[in-house]
Design a protein around this ligand. Structure first.
Ligand SMILES: *[C@@H]1O[C@H](CO)[C@@H](O)[C@H](O)[C@H]1NC(C)=O
Ligand SMILES: *[C@@H]1O[C@H](CO)[C@@H](O)[C@H](O)[C@H]1NC(C)=O
Ligand SMILES: *[C@@H]1O[C@H](CO)[C@@H](O)[C@H](O)[C@H]1NC(C)=O
Ligand SMILES: *[C@@H]1O[C@H](CO)[C@@H](O)[C@H](O)[C@H]1NC(C)=O
Length: 643
């Protein structure tokens, strides 16, 4: 519902003592706003955006015989279960399988259950694709039913599908695939995916092997092996310009565990998975092609990282680095190469995408300032960028050590800056890029977030560290973002980080978007990103500068079409309201709309109070000169129609 409010009158009455600013807007644009300005940085693994519901689905990168190899699995009705590597596997990429042994004198079906990533969302209106591979040992006398089902927390079967099997006929790996249609929506997410064998009392002691289980709900845009709908929609709703992947931190902590592009493409059973950098195994089901298809589906462009020869155990030596550069070349060719010239590109074509994907930016490494040996400056940057830019002259390569420190040779045209800091740091640094040289160098604010109010213990997990974004931080970030728009002639992209948090299992706070098995919790900082992105405009209009020492900041942009929309963003990161008198150099229609995100300093959207701060839209009466009241700790995006 939209109310037409005479904003000038109502705000003046209540803010007599508020700070007051006059903002005169210049109608001549100083620079364009790049389409890539706002986007996402993704460095997560499974159990979130990737829609697969089963955890540890293929026993990748676990040690057979250990109890930790059975993570997320449990025995059903007395079965003996263990992860084994001594049977001929489904594929060399998946050496482990699950052995299920029926107890003597079984009573009913026995088997194994998976609890998902902190639960499984069972919806009546959804059809689930359930699948796995199974085989019986030579000499098996098993005859009976093999069943896949969804079982509720009270033991009720919500959906199931069975086949009759004779063990003697199935001594080679065989795929079981079924659609599971729940008879009702489960009352909570404590549901299980259960696979059982029922061979009657004579089946005691019989064994079966299983591999590569999978359970998919419907996905975003219906992609097979695709993305979780609600999370993907939250991403798409921001109309993002880019997607930075696969990290960030998740490119690889050791040489052996680095992200290797060709281990992430092709059939799922050919993907070995890898130990990710955040303490858990990545299935790599969300692989290079899945990322690229998602990027296309949402209309973003990739900012793709290549592993640059750094592990926490030390860098790859200059004499040993060539194969890793070749790996990066192959990775890039998979994305943009000509199938008639490159095997990697031919692989892409064989997977259904003969046309190249869009690719303009490639990031060489991640946070290479963490390499105390100085190898990024002394040879890794040079070796990678020299070969890659000769091979792909059309691409822009981004460096990842501290901006201008050290100076890189060859000089980089693109830097990735990362800033985790206090709320006040962000509004105090809104003018940071104003002083940067206009010498052709461009900047990517690849990671930033207000994370803590205590500057002396920024990364500590004490009481001042934010669990979820708070309004004091979100408004500080918004103030900083007005500075990014003012400097969008040299800042081409920016992304809040990190992006996703499973509230039941996480390594870092705060995050942009939180979720559990059934819900998505959008933070105040998410709303800031979305409000700015949807109103980014295409041209920046200079206006009276805010005070560089104040907490009220603004930015004015417009769409390039004549008579287009004008966007005025006002971030008030301070504890008192502010009046902003806006004077435009052109006429505007009298009805404007404003989105307001406002709340108490520490207000935060949490799983128990997810709607504490949400943007509210209203209409207001505008004219060429009008006054607007920006509440304490508020972000305001005004949209006007130039007439
Ligand atoms: C803003 O406009 C109001 C009402 O017209 C006026 O009272 C106030 O002094 C103005 N503030 C500035 C800084 O010009
Ligand atoms: C508006 O901006 C243009 C271009 O930057 C500049 O030449 C002009 O002087 C500005 N006008 C005013 C009134 O400040
Ligand atoms: C589910 O299976 C159907 C039939 O094989 C397929 O068309 C669809 O893409 C699958 N969906 C997902 C999310 O895998
Ligand atoms: C990936 O490519 C490397 C060579 O660059 C090769 O050794 C490896 O076997 C490939 N992996 C897969 C899964 O194809």
């Amino acid at each position: 519902m939209r109310a037409l409010l005479p904003l000038v009158v109502s705000t003046l009455a209540i803010t007599a003592m508020a700070a007051s600013f006059t903002v005169t807007v210049n109608g001549t644009s100083s620079h364009a706003i790049p389409s890539t300005l706002y986007g996402f940085m993704f460095e997560s693994g499974d159990g979130g955006l990737y829609a697969e519901l089963l955890q540890n689905r293929a026993f990748q990168q676990v040690t057979a015989g250990t109890s930790s190899a059975l993570k997320a699995w449990s025995a059903v009705n007395g079965a003996e279960i263990s992860v084994v590597s001594n049977t001929s596997p489904l594929s060399s990429a998946l050496p482990n399988s699950l052995q299920v042994t029926i107890p003597s004198n079984p009573s009913g079906a026995v088997g194994v259950a998976n609890t998902g990533y902190s639960g499984i969302n069972v919806q009546q209106s959804w059809a689930y694709n359930a699948s796995f591979f199974f085989k019986f040992p030579a000499g098996s006398t098993f005859v009976g039913q093999l069943t896949a089902s969804l079982v509720g927390s009270d033991g009720t079967t919500l959906a199931s599908s069975s086949i009759s099997v004779t063990g003697a006929q199935k001594t080679q790996w065989t795929e079981f695939a079924a659609t599971l249609k729940p008879s009702k929506t489960a009352s909570n997410v404590n549901n299980k995916f259960v696979v059982t064998l029922n061979g009657g009392s004579s089946s005691g002691g019989q064994t079966a092997f299983f591999s590569m289980f999978s359970l998919f709900p419907p996905t975003f845009k219906g992609r097979a092996n695709g993305m979780r709908m609600d999370l993907a929609q939250a991403i798409a709703d921001m109309n993002p310009g880019f997607w930075r992947f696969p990290g960030g931190n998740n490119l690889g902590a050791s040489i052996a565990d680095r992200w290797i592009w060709n281990n992430t493409v092709g059939p799922l059973q050919e993907r070995p998975g890898r130990q990710g950098d955040w303490g858990y195994v990545n299935t790599d089901g969300l692989g290079l092609k899945e990322y690229l298809d998602f990027i296309e589906d949402v209309g973003m462009q990739p900012i793709m990282a290549v592993w640059s020869g750094f592990s926490f155990a030390g860098p790859v030596s200059s004499t040993a680095i060539q194969p890793f550069i070749q790996e990066a070349i192959d990775q890039i060719n998979f994305v943009i190469g000509d199938p008639s010239q490159s095997a990697a590109a031919a692989l892409r074509a064989s997977l259904g995408h003969p046309e190249p994907y869009e690719l303009n930016y490639v990031e060489i490494g991640n946070e290479d300032f963490a390499d105390n040996s100085g190898s990024y400056a002394s040879y890794r940057w040079k070796d990678f960028v020299t070969t890659l830019s000769t091979t792909f002259p059309q691409l822009n390569f981004i460096a990842t050590s501290f901006v201008n420190d050290p100076v890189l040779s060859p000089k980089t045209k693109f830097w990735d800056a990362h800033d985790y800091n206090t709320p006040s740091w962000f509004f105090e640094n809104a003018f940071r890029f104003d002083s940067f040289a206009r010498d052709g160098t461009k900047y990517f604010e690849g990671e930033y977030a207000a994370i803590n109010t205590d500057a002396s213990n920024l990364f500590g997990n004490g009481p001042t560290r934010f669990s979820f974004p708070q309004m004091q931080g979100s408004t500080g970030e918004a103030a900083y973002m007005t500075g990014l728009e003012r400097n969008a002639d040299i800042v081409f992209a920016a992304s809040y980080a990190p992006m996703l948090q499973n509230v039941n299992n996480f390594q870092w706070t705060p995050n942009l978007i939180s979720f559990d098995a059934a819900n998505v919790y959008l933070s105040s900082s998410y709303y800031v990103q979305k409000m700015f992105s949807l109103a980014k405009g295409t041209l920046y209009l200079p206006s009276t500068l805010p005070s560089s020492t104040g907490s009220v900041h603004w930015s004015v942009t417009r769409s390039s079409s004549s008579g287009g929309q004008v966007f005025i963003k006002i971030a008030n990161a301070g504890s008192s309201a502010a009046t902003i008198n806006i004077s435009l150099p052109f006429a505007v229609s009298t009805t404007g709309s404003v989105q307001v995100l406002s709340g108490a300093m520490t207000a935060s959207n949490t799983p128990t109070a997810p709607q504490t701060v949400v943007p509210k839209s209203q209409s207001f009466t505008a004219s060429q000169s009008f006054s607007f009241n920006a509440a304490a700790f508020s972000v305001n995006v005004l949209t006007l129609q130039a007439s």
